[in-house]
Design a protein around this ligand. Sequence first.
Ligand code: SF4
Ligand code: SF4
Ligand code: FES
Length: 254
Amino acid sequence: MSYKAKFRVWRGEGGEGRLEDFTVEVNEGEVVLDIIHRLQATQAPDLAVRWNCKAGKCGSCSMEINGKPRLGCMTRMSTFAEDETITVTPMRTFPVIKDLVTDVSFNYTKAREIPSFTPPADVKPGEYRMQQIDVERGQEFRKCIECFMCNNVCHVIRDHEENKPAFAGPRFLMRIAELDMHPYDTVDRRDAAQDEHGLGYCNITKCCTEVCPEHIKITDNALIPMKERVADRRYDPLVWLGNKIFKRSDAKKS
Ligand code: SF4
Ligand code: SF4
Ligand code: FES
């Protein structure tokens, strides 16, 4: 069964733009990205949208639908009432290139600032032996599809452009936590998490967790444990004393 839906889509580039109204056909089982493609095919051939897999796995089609960050390819039209006007806008935290396509290079810059996994020099690939519980802890974070909707929704940078240089955003604070939990990673990441990547800016509102399409518990399982490890290092007098006595500042785990 098909019907006509009212769409309001942000159009523009170079810092200028406006919402444009469309009435467009919707068929049973379709998702918002299908409707954007129909608009391209029938009414707005130059409408820009980024997508790739149409299966919720490439993380390309992040957009804001009725003000909420969502994947266009995973948002069913049946989510909305048939007479509802559906507003589609680009992610707000990143600069718009054109229409619904944003420049997400902020995220790649932040990714490059994190030292990569550094195993001990004397352990060769194939010799790693890990407890299953350690494998499972990191596995949750590896589900990330890098849609950057968590970074988009985080108020630390969504409302404060000036915080971007000092804050990696939940996606990359989660990456730091993942590496810090890895039993074979030798880099002590706690001071850098706080001082260079802005962990202290996070006030655990959990907005990032709410929008994650992979249902990763970013705040509870990555950010809060990382904060606890930083607090142990800095504010637990016994840990502080132990570090002094045993000069463990160059060792990873305490
Ligand atoms: S929990 Fe922290 S990182 Fe996540 S949205 Fe809130 S402030 Fe940002
Ligand atoms: S953690 Fe979730 S919301 Fe953030 S980039 Fe990865 S998949 Fe997207
Ligand atoms: S097109 Fe790949 S996640 Fe939507």
